[in-house]
Design a binder for this molecule. Sequence first.
Ligand SMILES: C=CC1=C(C)c2cc3[nH]c(cc4nc(cc5[nH]c(cc1n2)c(C)c5CCC(=O)O)C(CCC(=O)O)=C4C)c(C)c3C=C
Ligand SMILES: [Fe+2]
Ligand SMILES: [Fe+2]
Length: 363
Amino acid sequence: MPFRPEPPYTHGQPAKTAILLCNLGTPDEATAPAVRRYLAEFLGDARVVEIPKPLWWLILHGIILRVRPAKSAAKYASIWTAEGSPLKVWTEKQTTLLRGFLGEKGHKVEVRYAMRYGNPSIASQLDALKAEGATRILIVPMYPQYSGTTTASVMDAVYDWGKRVRHLPELRFVNRYHDDPGYITALAASVRAHWMAHGQPEKLVMSFHGVPERTLHLGDPYHCECHKTGRLLAEALGLTKDRYVVTFQSRFGKAKWLEPYTEPTLIALGQQGVKRVDVMCPGFTSDCLETLEEINMEAREAFLHAGGEQFNYIPCLNDRNEWIRALADLSEQHLAGWPTRAAPDEAAARDSLARAKAMGAVR
Ligand SMILES: C=CC1=C(C)c2cc3[nH]c(cc4nc(cc5[nH]c(cc1n2)c(C)c5CCC(=O)O)C(CCC(=O)O)=C4C)c(C)c3C=C
Ligand SMILES: [Fe+2]
Ligand SMILES: [Fe+2]
């Protein structure tokens, strides 16, 4: 792809910092065509499904994209809000709150969000930031636990954008924050607030999104990072090992995924006589289809059918104050030590601009 024209004079300008929060993405509408478009992009990503392309393309386009969109669209319809998909609504809100939070602390930082799949795309938001003069961009994936399937895929999208940009901004990435004290504190505060209102359960189920088990054997740190989050959260809450369990949800396809699976664990707990569970999804920074429908509807029903009596869902971090503060602290830590250039070099700027004008590149 050819490089596109860019403003000729950009050196010597003062550093302008921006933060791009990157989430997974969600369909534009809760309809089968919109879900098909979204799933085609998502499941067409070789980071997400590692089956060799010719075979996977046959399965994806021949079966999955014909069958799944209608079923998934009905599920999306059950959680859709007046403002749109919860994932997008929360991500948007987090962006606004983080911008305000950093502004109040005196930081001149633009904050935007992008979606890895669907809209607004990572490329479109990076284009917009560059057009606004951003010279340093911190990429913050909204995934606390690093996985090749998610975090690395955000990086791919950023690098792909960079391949067609002549004058690249400086880039920094946050790889992980599964053990960040602010993130753990925010999770613990959300559980404590829930317990204040409802008392404590027999078991706290911490359900993380699953990934194929083979990714663990191939070196993906995701499984270990989920367990570390679980352990740190349990420690913060003073829970002994018998009071909580880390599980994995959202299995996709026939392969073995990380175990124990969430729903079968809840069924087993119900059958063993556990009457009350609290379920939370610490790996999801906003509520979405996988938490609101799969956990709070489907898994709830499975537990209650298996003999359980009380199923409490603890919402994701969403717009919690402690979480926005954690995001602000995390951003500050990653922005620290990033040198700002001294005052712009006025002479160089005039000279460069005059040359650009002489060449007819700018008017
Ligand atoms: C939180 C981290 C996530 C990981 C890791 C992850 C891996 C992963 N996901 C799929 C397949 C699907 N996931 C779907 C929805 C979905 N996944 C995440 C997050 C992670 N996925 C979120 C936040 C959501 C919800 C999006 C929303 O719009 O609310 C879906 C689509 C829904 C459906 O059709 O059921 C699929 C499919 C794979 C294969 C995978 C790793 C290999
Ligand atoms: Fe997923
Ligand atoms: Fe699901």
